[in-house]
Design a protein. Structure first.
Length: 122
């Protein structure tokens, strides 16, 4: 025996499937966007002496073991520290260096393959 009002079932199922597909797609995009940082880390130069240099982390927090310091394109300190977190808003002083005016200094984030700050000392 055939039902007379089956014609409305197919559009309702199609609508429900489209809504479900849209919800899943939005969830995937939201999950992806939450894992990326649009601006990336921000680091500024504070000061230096003949044997140390100080930077400020303007955010977000960074792993000290993920940072490398280069002076005149030579690795000076790799990594900056074996462990620990460089908290946003705080300074990081790297010591036991030999620095002079005219040196090119780069603070490099290893995992992102990115130079956080590059400057020539004056």
């Amino acid at each position: 025996m055939r039902m007379e009002n089956e014609r409305g079932v197919s559009p309702v199922i199609a609508t429900i499937l489209l809504i479900a597909l849209t919800v899943v797609a939005v969830g995937i995009v939201a999950a992806f966007m939450s894992t990326i940082s649009l601006g990336g880390p921000s680091v500024s130069f504070v000061s230096y002496t003949a044997n140390s240099i100080t930077f400020k982390n303007n955010g977000p927090d960074l792993s000290k073991s993920d940072l490398r310091l280069l002076v005149n394109d030579e690795v000076a300190v790799n990594p900056v520290a074996s462990s620990g977190t460089w908290v946003s808003g705080t300074n990081l002083t790297i010591s036991d260096l030999t620095l002079a005016a005219g040196d090119n200094v780069k603070l490099y984030q290893i995992s992102m393959n990115k130079t956080l700050i590059e400057l020539t000392l004056t």
